[in-house]
Design a protein around this ligand. Structure first.
Ligand code: FES
Length: 146
């Protein structure tokens, strides 16, 4: 089996059985965004304690790449402290699924959940930080993903 076949199987499997799919009713922060071209939409709920993501879940609808990347992102994020979460980059997700060379039209599918996560983070930090410059930087990060 080639690497491409393995990655393809992983994407199909994640899309059929997404990891960390669901809601956290008593979340500390939640954020929603959608991909205007296809209408797919993702919500991410976070539980945060002691500056760490203690739980994360996502829900919504998306294509196989979107669902697979959302699953991978939640797996990567859970247990990390907020500084580590803000350092998560697109290649941390794309490389897990062999998507580093994804066509431009599909990159939004792959990165929608990361955009939502970064937006959730700056929403949370805006309530908990005094440094508005730092929050502006996070907003820029989220906006410049694609
Ligand atoms: Fe909508 Fe991929 S087609 S996110």
């Amino acid at each position: 089996m080639s690497n491409a076949d393995i990655y393809h199987e992983m994407i199909v499997d994640y899309s059929r059985n997404p990891v960390n799919y669901g809601k956290i009713e008593d979340h500390d922060v939640t954020f929603h965004d959608s991909n205007p071209l296809c209408g797919d939409s993702i919500d991410i709920d976070l539980k945060i304690a002691d500056n760490k993501v203690t739980d994360i879940k996502f829900h919504g609808k998306g294509c196989a790449i979107c669902m697979a990347c959302s699953s991978v992102l939640t797996e990567i994020t859970k247990g990390k402290n907020l500084e580590e979460v803000r350092k998560i980059e697109k290649n941390d997700i794309l490389s897990e699924l062999g998507l580093e060379h994804l066509q431009a039209v599909r990159i939004k599918c792959a990165l929608l959940s990361l955009k939502v996560l970064k937006s959730a983070l700056y929403t949370y930090l805006a309530d908990h930080l005094d440094d508005s410059q730092d929050i502006d930087k996070l907003k820029e990060d989220a906006a410049s993903l694609y």
